[in-house]
Design a protein around this ligand. Sequence first.
Ligand code: GAP
Length: 457
Amino acid sequence: MPVSLDTIVSLCKRRGFVFPGSEIYGGLANSWDYGPLGHLLKQNIKNAWWKFFVQEREDMVPLDAAIIMNPRVWEASGHLENFSDELVECKKCHHRFRIDHLLEAKGITPKYDKEQVKVPAEVTCPDCDGKLTEPKAFNLMLKTFLGTTEDSSTTVYLRPETAGSMFINFKNIQSVTRRRLPFGIAQIGKCFRNEITTGNFIFRTREFEIAEFEYFIHPNDWEKVFEMWLGEIKRWWRDIMQVDMDNLVWHEIPDGERAHYSKRTVDVEYKYPFGVKELHGIAYRTDFDLSRHEKVSGQDLHYTDPETNEKFLPHVIEPSFGIDRMLLVALLEAYYEEDAPTSEEGETEKRVVMKFPKHLAPYQVAVLPLSKKEELAKVSKPLAQELRQHFMVDYDETQSIGKRYRRQDEIGTPYCITVDFDSLEDKKVTVRDRDTMKQERIAIKNVVEYLKDKYNN
Ligand code: GAP
C-alpha cells in the first residue's frame, strides 16, 4: 500500500529529517527546517544533480548569483506584471483561495484564462460554504527594502526563480568562458514565492530551492535538443534517483495552455499521496528572455557564431527542478514496511526501512559497538574515525543492538558495522546490509576497501 503523507511527516520529525519551522514559538505557517538527516539527504540530492547535469558534461558552466537583483530584471522577465495567481475571497469568512485549486477540487479543468475565468455557482468556500468574490490577481514576489527608507525607490524582490540571473549573466559568462553554442548555465539556489495556498508538507512552501539550467542553442536545433534533455531527465529519474518510473507522469502541455513564449513544455508529474501533481518541468523558452533583457537593458545580447559569422539571439531550453520536491519524492519512494525476524526463533516484527539509493542515504555507514565497554570503544572509535575520511558515519552505542538496527533502517543507513567481543580476538567486525539484512564478518583492516567497493558498484 502506498505510504501516507502523515506517516512520512511523522518519521521526518521523529528521526530528524524535517522539523516544523520556528516550532518553539508556535511555528510559522508552512515553514520547515531540515534537521541533520534532512540536510544530509538534501545535500546528497544536490550533489548528485550537480554531478549528473553539470560536472559530467563538457557543455555546462556554473553560476552562483545574488538573490536580490536590480528590480528591472523582474520588469524585463514579466514577473512584476504577470507572476501572479488568481485569488478569490469568501464573502462570509474572508478566507482566500486560489481559484484554479478550487476548480480542480471540483473536477473542473478549465482552459484556464486569467482574464475571463468566472467562478461557477457550485464552487463555494471550502471552509464555510460561503459565496466567493470574482478572482483578482495577486503577485507572488516577496518584497523587501534596501537601505533605510521604505519607499518605492528602494523596493527590491527576493528572486522567485534562479533563471533571471542566468540570462543577465549570459554575455559575461559566454565571453569569459569562450563557450560556443550549445552550452548551459546551471545554478542551485534558494527562491521565494508568497504562495497563497501552501501545504502538503514541503511540496509547496514560500521558501524553497530550485536547481535549473538555461541551455543556449541555435533556434534551428530546438526540437532535437529538447528530446536530448528529455532523455537525460528520464535517465536521471531512473538511474540516479532510482524512482519507480510508473510513479511519474510525463505531461505534454497542450497548445493554448503553455506560457505564450513557449513552443513546447513538458511537466514531469508524480503520483503523490495527495494526487498527481507537478514535480518539475522542461520548457523551450525561445529567445523570449534574452530579447526582453536586451530591450529593457539596452545591451546587445546577441551571439556571433565564430565559424559562420551568423549573429543571432540564442534560444533556450530550460529544465527546472525543485530540490524540496525531489527530496519529498526520495522519501516517498524509499519507505517500506516489512516483516523482519526477531531474536526469538520463528518470530517476526514490523520493520520500517528507508531504502534510499545508497549514494543518497544521509549516513553511508553506522558503527555500533555491542556495548559501551571501554575495550570495545578502543576498537570501534578509531574504526569510525578512519571511516569518516571516506564516508558520512553515524556512531551509536546506546540501547540494544536490535533497536539500533531498527533506527538505522528507519533512517536508511545502507551498512551497519557491529564491533563485538569476538572482534577483540579475531580482528573482524560484522557488516550488516540494510536491504537484505545479511551479515558478513570482515577483517577490520579491509572494511574501508570493502565499503568503497560496495559504493562503487
Ligand atoms: N525557471 C522556471 C521555473 O521557475 P517553476 O515551475 O515555476 O519554473 C520550478 O519552478 C520548480 O520549482 C517547480 O517545478 C517545482 O519543482 C519547484 N517549485 C515551484 N514553486 C514551489 C514552491 N512554492 N514550493 C516548493 N517547490 C516549488
